[in-house]
Ligand binder design. Structure first.
Ligand code: HEC
Length: 104
């Protein structure tokens, strides 16, 4: 019984720790930061905030730009050289950012 309780506690603690672990900083973040900010809050007029956006939405959007299904030249250029794994890292990063107050 004591053992079971201990095991349950360890599981609960590690599950919480896992959920709270921020994603690793993507190697390609520099390709996006000038427009979307490292924190996902846009730095230029006309660029959307990405912080806190749904992970699957970001993931799909990035593939759509890269593959030309969303035909926006700046985003095609930014995503063109990236692999699925790199796009996923970026989607996870931006999705995990906490939105702050948008710049006017
Ligand atoms: C030169 C500026 C610029 C750069 C660099 C750039 N973006 Fe964008 N991004 C934009 C603009 C402008 C849009 C809006 C395009 C549209 O109308 O679909 C956009 C749209 C997006 C969207 C879709 C948001 C939505 O709500 O549909 C995502 C996701 C995104 N960018 C991620 C990235 C990532 C990741 C990178 C780096 C690999 C990047 N962007 C680089 C300007 C930029």
């Amino acid at each position: 019984m004591r053992f079971l309780l201990h095991a349950a506690l360890v599981l609960a603690v590690s599950a919480t720790a896992h959920a709270a672990t921020p994603p690793a900083r993507p190697a390609r973040l520099g390709l996006c930061a000038a427009c979307h900010g490292e924190d996902g809050m846009a730095r230029i007029p006309g660029a959307p905030n990405l912080a806190g956006q749904k992970l699957d939405y970001l993931r799909d959007a990035l593939r759509q730009y890269r593959d030309g299904r969303r035909d926006i030249p700046v985003m095609r250029a930014a995503t063109g050289p990236l692999t699925d794994a790199e796009l996923d890292q970026l989607a996870q990063w931006f999705s995990a950012q906490i939105p702050s107050r948008a710049a006017p």
